[in-house]
Design a binder for this molecule. Structure first.
Ligand code: ADP
Ligand code: MG
Length: 269
């Protein structure tokens, strides 16, 4: 079956330095895949190559078999590649519902006529999306006053408004309390399975990674050094060496890289 995303031989250098080096992988519909690695490993560059923010020096990106390599980000977004960011992007003074309505408007390319308030458009659909992310009670509140976890759920609703076939999530749980992280990712997993969306996410919290992902890829110095299910990646000696060898200034928090402490059942997440 044609995968949703097929990245083949991706390469990107900045000056003389190779940031992404011959990276290939596929993500299928309904699959949640994590991309992990120490700081500077090339995770964000990979994301930027996939959504058109950066043009690869080599390799290709295919979406449902269609070559989208080098297309501008807005075109790739229109083809169904959604992205959420580490810093949440919402309109603080609009209500929660209006934020989702605005995303729906933008996706449907309807011109927002002056004098016609956003609140009259796509209201039922917006409320449907808010129910999906368990936020219906917050619909009339300003986004700016939401608790952080609710804001992340709103961001997810905004991403879903674009009806993505592929969702790229850059540290979706950054800044959240540990207990909330698992809940958000369980929701992501349930919704993406239900809607057969392919998800690729980066994340520093190993409980979230091992508790959520179907498959985990590990980048080191731009190269994929592992790609497998959580049990295989946890047992991989090279992965352990990279993480345990990477502790130091500029690397990830040593507390989050104790692969041996991860619950094999992933129930911590
Ligand atoms: P990660 O997201 O895994 O922390 P990045 O993809 O941000 O890693 O960075 C990979 C490497 O590429 C790093 O050495 C980084 O300094 C370099 N890099 C990333 N973006 C740029 C850029 N726009 N210009 C120059 N170097 C960059
Ligand atoms: Mg990064």
């Amino acid at each position: 079956m044609t995968p949703v995303l097929d990245a083949a031989g991706l390469r990107k250098s900045f000056g003389g330095q190779t940031a992404v080096d011959d990276v290939s992988f596929r993500v299928g519909a309904g699959e949640i895949r994590a991309l992990i690695g120490p700081n500077g490993a090339g995770k964000s560059t990979c994301f930027n190559l996939l959504n058109g923010q950066l043009r690869p020096d080599g390799g290709s990106v295919r979406l449902h078999g269609r070559d989208i390599t080098g297309l501008p980000p807005w075109r790739i977004a229109r083809l169904g590649v959604g992205r959420t960011f580490q810093i949440t992007a919402t309109f603080a003074s609009m209500t929660v519902r209006e934020n989702v309505q605005t995303a729906l408007l933008s996706h449907r390319r309807r011109i927002w006529r002056c004098g016609r308030p956003a609140r009259s458009l796509f209201r039922a659909e917006a409320d449907g999306l808010l129910r999906q992310v368990h936020l219906p009670d917050q619909a009339d509140r300003a986004a700016g006053v939401l608790a952080y976890g609710d804001l992340k759920r709103l961001e997810l609703a905004i991403a879903l408004a674009g009806q993505p076939v592929l969702l790229l999530m850059d540290e979706p749980t950054a800044g959240m309390a540990p207990a909330e992280r698992g809940a958000l990712m369980r929701l992501v997993r349930a919704l993406t399975r239900q809607q057969a969306i392919a998800v690729l996410f980066t994340e520093h919290d190993m409980d979230v990674v091992f508790g959520t992902a179907d498959r985990i890829m590990v980048l080191d110095h731009g190269r994929l050094i592992a790609d497998g299910d959580p049990a295989a990646v946890r047992a991989n000696p090279r992965v352990r060496a990279v993480y345990l060898g990477s502790v130091g200034p500029g690397s990830i928090d040593p507390g989050s890289i104790d692969l041996g402490s991860i619950d094999p059942g992933g129930t911590a997440c």
